[in-house]
Design a protein around this ligand. Structure first.
Ligand code: ZN
Length: 339
């Protein structure tokens, strides 16, 4: 993902001189564009609007059954097991192993593998969004999504994306286990493991979120988009020092439902007041009218020093952070199911 703010430019200063120039220029360009209009781009056209809902209406009434429990410890164990597979950039052996790992750990769910060929700035690459469906009793779908690929430009390094791709996979597989064990009385829950989130060269509307662009377009065409009540994106949620952003590109009422759920779950301390306009997997879905919220911490290590570096390893992440986000997500599902 990318964030359109001063943190991005600051991080760029810490790189070597050649990279510094390139990244600073990009940062300045992005900042200009962000300041003008966060939604005016090809990838991110003016969203199809649905009426805004009142977040307080989603506060569960007394007596509403408790949220399902997930284990941060188990999610962290899965994160570590998953990233041991090595770099998983598109087209790599590690990517194939990652796909297999995810599918193997989703047994019991209805699995759809959305194989497609992405036309990227570096040519055609096979990609695969993996969707695990847990049918519910209510008519509608709640999506929890996150990417599993690693950064392509770092393919010749040991970059494994423990936080960037690994953290959300760990928690999503833990949520799958909870749904499998306890069943689902509410809306259907779809876990979407997106592919090709990372840029092949340099982040732009054209060069990013390949899997989400293709899936959102398909859902708009086949009518699935109209059935999706909410799309919750998980990204960079494992940071030991967790501070979730306020994303200016998320749907305001849904972001507030998530915050209220977080407060009820006793997790208000992980929410930050930092506001960023974040470009990530949620934007193609927002563009087809789906309410979206990006649950993300974009300050990974001091001044975001570990982001997109080989320092993005499990020791910078924690079970506690995954537990906090797990509690927030499960309480959010409980809230969304009140309607
Ligand atoms: Zn990344």
């Amino acid at each position: 993902m990318k964030f359109v703010n001063k943190l991005y430019a600051k991080a760029a200063r810490q790189k070597n001189a050649a990279l510094l120039c390139a990244l600073l220029c990009l940062g300045l360009f992005a900042a200009c564009r962000g300041a003008k209009d966060a939604s005016a781009s090809a990838q991110n056209p003016t969203p199809v609007s649905r009426p805004a809902l009142n977040p307080a209406d989603f506060d569960p009434a007394p007596g509403t059954p408790a949220a399902l429990k997930v284990s941060g410890e188990r999610a962290f164990k899965t994160l570590k097991e998953f990233v041991v597979l090595g770099p998983r950039y598109v087209g790599s052996k590690g990517h194939e192993m990652a796909e297999r790992y995810i599918v193997d750990h989703l047994q019991g769910a209805e699995i759809e593998q959305d194989h497609f060929n992405a036309q990227t700035v570096l040519g055609q690459f096979p990609m695969d969004n993996i969707i695990a469906k847990f049918p519910g009793k209510k008519d509608g779908i709640l999506v929890i999504a996150g990417h599993y690929d690693t950064n392509y430009p770092l393919k010749n390094t040991s970059f494994i994306g423990a936080n960037d791709g690994g953290s959300n996979v760990g928690l999503m597989l833990e949520i799958a286990a909870a749904l499998r064990e306890h069943g689902n009385d509410g809306y259907s829950v779809w876990l979407v493991f997106t592919d090709g989130e990372e840029a092949m060269k340099t982040w732009s509307d054209q060069d990013s979120v390949y899997g989400s662009k293709q899936l959102a377009a398909r859902w708009a065409k086949d009518g699935t988009a109209d059935k999706v009540k909410a799309f919750l994106l998980l990204d960079m949620i494992g940071d030991k020092d967790l501070h979730l952003e306020q994303d200016a590109n998320s749907t305001p009422w849904l972001a507030e439902v998530v915050r209220r759920a977080g407060a009820r779950a006793g997790r208000q301390a992980v929410f930050s007041n930092r506001v960023n306009g974040i470009e990530d997997d949620h934007l193609p879905f927002r563009a087809v009218g789906i309410p979206v919220d990006d649950i993300i911490d974009l300050d990974y290590g001091f001044d975001n020093i570990y982001h997109h570096t080989t320092e993005d390893t499990p020791d910078k992440c924690s079970a506690q952070s995954l537990q906090a986000v797990g509690d927030i997500v499960m309480e959010t599902l409980r809230a969304l199911n009140t309607h």
